[in-house]
Write a new protein. Structure first.
Length: 193
């Protein structure tokens, strides 16, 4: 039987606990709660549920102490999870499966398509109608040709890639939309004048 430190609630090689220097180690018994892992408190909740589903009794200790809370009473620390020695192998298997589960790949974001003839709102609020896409004769780069729908109704061009790009959040942290230009719902696209 492996040796067990009752102070640290974990299995140790012995003869002295490397964590607390305890020399009074005992042989572990099936019901001794043993450390499975130290995890972020949010993961601890998931793991406790996983253990519960597998009929593994589990106790936990907050590493920073129970008193540490921030706004909203959320415990921000790390949590140590313990299960009885006779369920430790299963708990560790579940723990490994939980943490080594392949990440579900994030859905690739579809490239944004440009809607010709559509009204777009600039992130600063102005409305523009996309007239067409033109190609630069020297660089072959595509440009969006778009008309301002207010003031002088002037015609503008801008590289298509830039037209479809996100707002620079560092420069404009308070922007109300994610993209520099976003298409406006048809029924809101009335020319304000
Ligand atoms: Zn110890």
């Amino acid at each position: 039987m492996p040796l067990y430190c009752e102070n640290c609630m974990k299995l140790v090689e012995g003869p002295i606990c490397p964590t607390c220097r305890n020399r009074k180690l005992k042989e572990v018994e099936p019901g001794d709660f043993c450390l499975v892992a130290e995890v972020h408190y949010m993961q601890a909740e998931m793991l406790k549920e996983l253990f519960r589903d597998n009929d593994i009794p589990c106790t936990d200790r907050s590493v920073l102490g129970a008193g540490i809370t921030v706004n909203l009473g959320v415990n921000v620390g790390y949590t140590r999870l313990y299960v009885p020695y006779d369920r430790l192998d299963l708990a560790k298997e579940l723990y490994d499966a939980y943490f080594n589960a392949p990440d579900i790949p994030e859905e690739q974001e579809a490239p944004r398509t440009l809607l010709i003839g559509h009204v777009y709102r600039h992130f600063k609020g102005g409305l523009y109608r996309v007239e067409d896409v033109a190609r630069h004769s020297e660089t072959l780069e595509e440009y969006v040709v778009y008309r301002k729908l207010y003031d002088d109704k002037s015609l503008w061009i801008r590289p298509k890639e830039m037209f479809l790009s996100p707002v620079d959040r560092e420069k404009y942290p308070d922007a109300m939309q994610d993209y520099r230009f976003e298409p406006v719902e048809e029924n809101n696209a009335e020319d304000p004048e």
